[in-house]
Design a binder for this molecule. Sequence first.
Ligand code: F6R
Length: 602
Amino acid sequence: MEYRGYDSSGIAVTAPDDPLGAGIKLVKRAGKLKNLEDRITEIGADQFTGGTAIGHTRWATHGRPTDENAHPHRSFDEKVAIVHNGIIENFAALRKEVEGHGIEFASETDSEVAAHLLALAYNEGDTAGDFRASALKVLNRLEGAFTLLFMHAEHPGQIIAARRSTPLIIGVGEDEMFLGSDVAAFIEHTRNAVELGQDNVVVITREGYEVLNFDGSTSEGKPFTIDWDLAAAEKGGFDSFMMKEIHEQPAAVRDTLAGHFQDGKIILDEQHLSEQDLKYVNQVFVVACGSAYHSGLLAKYAIEHWVRIPVQIEVASEFRYRDPVLDERTLVLAISQSGETADTLEAVRHAKSQGAKVLAVCNTNGSQIPRESDAVLYTHAGPEIGVASTKAFLAQVAANYIVGLALAQAHGTKYPDEIAEIYASLEEIPAKIEQLLEVNTQVKEIADYLGTVKTMLFLGRGVGFPVALEGALKLKELAYIHAEGFAAGELKHGPIALIEDDLPVVIVVPSPKGVKQLHSKIVSNIQEIRARGAKTIVIAEEGDTSVEPYANWLIRIPESASIMQPLLATVPLQFLSAAIARNCGNDDIDKPRNLAKSVTVE
Ligand code: F6R
């Protein structure tokens, strides 16, 4: 679970036989999980055996990543331990109230308040001595988004957990039960999982589980079988998940496309939007964050070109706050690998409240965004463990193009043979990515020559522009160096002032088969920056000789239809960011600093 947060971690174990302690043993450490492992070894792993345990890997919201702020948190009487994901929005008022009882806080977190409140509820008043009733009492007082796990020293065989807006999944084993923020937590032990609804509480014991609502009434979860391969959560001979996932891209795109074109027609399965619904759509809004947003920019190019309806794209965190004009003829395309991103989820909720139809493009079965959307198109990239998105991004682009073709089919803006032709060029992509994977050797040489760069620019035009943005984002998050992506034509309106001797600039050159002026204009742009001393790393199609005189390095990608080029041009940039990151001293490219894989806070 470390990929979900890795600034600190901890565990708590119930140890009912411990004659000295209060029944709960706890250890936590700032930094990566390794620090916790080392600390446990130091103390002696046999000190942490018990029947029930909770653990946490943290991505800091309130309070710096220190030992004290790491989870689990313990109550003042040391009888309660809790872990929390999310934000308790009314924590300041609750903290004041708890401090009014003379209780001192050990951390700066919002989470700790839940441990003290539970102990107070258990120790006195109408819920005294009743773990479940005390937990429900506390949960009903919390505002915000949270997944919480509670354990109590006097109830060593039980864990009570709850979720509001953030994820929680049950794993059902034989004589053992699990809870996790995602299935990766227990995939090694069981394939049987249970999805919980919004505002559910679950009580687990070794024998089974019980699902409740926040008012204590009975509810139920939705059992499902995990179809992810266990090997998918292992590195399989690669030195990082990211490298493995880059190499899995041919399969990710192939599996995402599989089954969506049958008998000459685009099929969007798993959707509850009819062809009639799609025909009724007269505008599209795309909402997404980060890399998913970049994939959404490509959806805009494709849908406007193929369907001739306007497409607006917005980073999800801005969308609902600026009152976008939506109605029942608007289709909102919500793109999210995890299906949990809070910003995107809130955008979906806002879109639905305005009467728009929402189609999710998502990689994670049963996650919240598809659950709240009208329809879903799953990308089949398999679990993505590396924090920086690679294979999920390419799968999103492929899925977005399927959506574009489905809309074109419904609107009749493309003839069936044109749709078949575009789909066929999409189906050629996995083999071309496969071929392109060899480029890593050349890319490493370029990175070695560049050494520890301080800044880098990425330029693109047309569909190459989102690729430039994605290249810059990858480099920022992996190598921690300043990088910016620009539309190449914008350069002369300001950013060209940044060009100085030896500044590395990556240029994504559109296919010469596409819009002619676009290609020749970018060739001029390359000359302009070369003339000012930049070192140019040019990504161009095989056979495009026009760029040769202006490239310090020329990275060749296979020929493709011009709209498909991003599915290829992105790959060398992924390798480049990984290689530069290593040269800059970041060896753990799977877990770049300050980041987490699923961002479940707004
Ligand atoms: C970048 C990256 C992030 C995610 C973004 C959205 O490499 O991984 O920018 O793309 O946080 O995440 P999802 O797709 O899970 O909504």
